[in-house]
Design a protein around this ligand. Structure first.
Ligand SMILES: C[S@@+](CC[C@H](N)C(=O)[O-])C[C@H]1O[C@@H](n2cnc3c(N)ncnc32)[C@H](O)[C@@H]1O
Length: 206
């Protein structure tokens, strides 16, 4: 099977803007706050953060994705988009006030998910906040594709998607304090049919 990074690159080249979901908001944070976005993709979440006066650093291991995101943040002096792997963050310990991990951790196998969480906690300062969002086991896509690990499926070019349950999210972030955890469901119309999308949204502090 091809390297996961190559699968993402290929998908971005093929489909351009891959992820066109809504811009997920996070609670307002103080001006000047240093925020790290993990797996910024084509910049959907990032673009929603630009209007705030945050110092933003966004990483993605896909060169293609970072090229797209760089165009979005062009001319924004407080934003850096870097090609980097979230499993080994090239940042100093306790150097961020907040971390956004939206739909990235769920695109990894178990050992990688653990590495990403461990390194995210390392770079988060004490009192810092971490925002998590990923698909849940109730999502309409859970179970489709080739099963590679429990609740984890490989679809298309070689991209994994893991579907979480609430307890699993809590245990993954057990080193942090839970501020909130919600399961969201909404209906979408795809090819004339109503389908259920479901995700877990959680907010932690260190
Ligand atoms: C669904 S997209 C994320 C969208 C984005 N977070 C947003 O809210 O708009 C997932 C992204 O995670 C990136 N990714 C997956 N594994 C990664 C890793 N180990 N390090 C960095 N980026 C990774 C992929 O390249 C892809 O662009």
């Amino acid at each position: 099977m091809k390297h996961v990074k190559d699968a993402w690159n290929e998908d971005y080249i093929k489909r351009g803007r891959l992820w066109g979901g809504t811009r997920h908001s996070i609670p307002d944070l103080p001006k000047g706050c240093r925020i790290l976005e993990l797996g910024c993709g084509n910049g959907t979440t990032l673009s929603g953060l630009l209007k705030h006066r945050y110092e933003l650093v966004a990483i993605d291991f896909s060169d293609e994705a970072t090229q797209i995101s760089k165009k979005i943040v062009d001319k924004n002096p407080c934003t850096d988009v870097i090609v980097a792997d979230a499993r080994q963050l090239p940042f100093a310990t306790r150097s961020f006030d907040a971390i956004i991990a939206f739909h990235i951790v769920g695109h990894m196998l178990k050992d990688c998910r653990e590495l990403v969480i461990r390194d995210s906690i390392r770079v988060l300062r004490k009192g810092g906040q971490l925002f998590f969002r990923d698909f849940s086991v109730n999502d309409m896509r859970a179970g489709s594709g080739v099963r590679v690990e429990p609740d984890t499926y490989c679809r298309g070019l070689g991209i994994f998607t893991h579907y979480f349950d609430e307890n699993e999210v809590l245990s993954l972030f057990a080193q942090l304090n839970v501020q909130s955890l919600t399961s969201n469901r909404w209906t979408m119309r795809i090819h004339g049919k109503n389908v259920v999308r479901a995700e877990i949204v959680a907010f932690f502090s260190k």
